[in-house]
Design a protein around this ligand. Structure first.
Ligand code: HEC
Length: 208
């Protein structure tokens, strides 16, 4: 009996599995070369599919951010903390990825007592997805730890947001400073972790 059931199961798998693969392949094929990608149900994308889309977009995302002429906009060689893009409701229904520079090694142990070192940079890039099916490059979010006294109420973090075309939306203490005040205010919720939110555990890279 067991063998028959196993056989039936294997036969079913053999039929279903290729169907699934060809479904995602054809989705891939239909992606045009431009910046905008259209997929069915983007907010329900599986992690692997989101990762494939991210792969195709990353270089163009960085090229866009680089037009700002600002520092830290090419973070591709940095340590990425998540294994696939995950949806961040807090940054406007976007798939996001988080990277840290060499100085930000204490990301996971940051606390009131152990603040991040000056020069730590945490980057979050984003892909925006809307329910109608459109997927496009999203803004870049940067947190940089500045010397004590820079912004004492906000852990001395400098918040920057850069639009996908390289336009600077705002930077604490610089152009558009007021437009990024809301960043620090929301991140106050996690002041005891040096203003850093945790990433969803199921998306964390393991073995690093
Ligand atoms: C309404 C709350 C809220 C606002 C406003 C907000 N953030 Fe965040 N931010 C979060 C949350 C929650 C996370 C972690 C989980 C996630 O991505 O959803 C996060 C994560 C981050 C990270 C990754 C480091 C970390 O804390 O995990 C960066 C960098 C970041 N935000 C930058 C910004 C910048 C720059 C702005 C303003 C343009 C901003 N944020 C505005 C809530 C917010």
């Amino acid at each position: 009996m067991i063998r028959i059931r196993t056989l039936i199961f294997a036969a079913l798998l053999a039929v279903i599995w290729p169907l699934q693969i060809s479904a995602s392949d054809s989705t891939l094929e239909r992606w045009p070369e431009g910046d905008h990608i259209r997929v069915h149900d983007p907010l329900g994308l599986a992690a692997e599919e989101a990762e494939k889309i991210y792969d195709t977009l990353l270089d163009r995302m960085v090229a866009g951010y680089a037009k700002s002429g600002l520092d830290h906009v090419d973070y591709r060689a940095w340590r990425r903390l998540n294994r696939a893009p995950y949806i961040s409701d807090q940054h406007g229904a976007r798939f996001v990825n988080v990277y840290i520079n060499d100085v930000a090694v204490d990301f996971f142990s940051a606390s009131d007592e152990q603040q991040m070192a000056v020069g730590s940079v945490v980057i979050k890039d984003s892909i925006s997805a809307v329910e109608s099916g459109g997927i496009a490059r999203g803004p870049l979010f940067i947190m940089e730890k500045m010397p004590a006294g820079f912004a004492p109420d906000f852990g001395d973090w400098r918040y920057t947001m850069i639009m996908p075309n390289g336009k600077l939306f705002g930077m604490t203490g610089g152009t558009g400073s007021r437009s990024v005040e809301f960043c620090g205010e929301c991140h106050l919720q996690v002041a005891p972790r040096d203003h850093l939110f945790e990433l969803p555990e199921e998306y964390l890279k393991t073995a690093e």
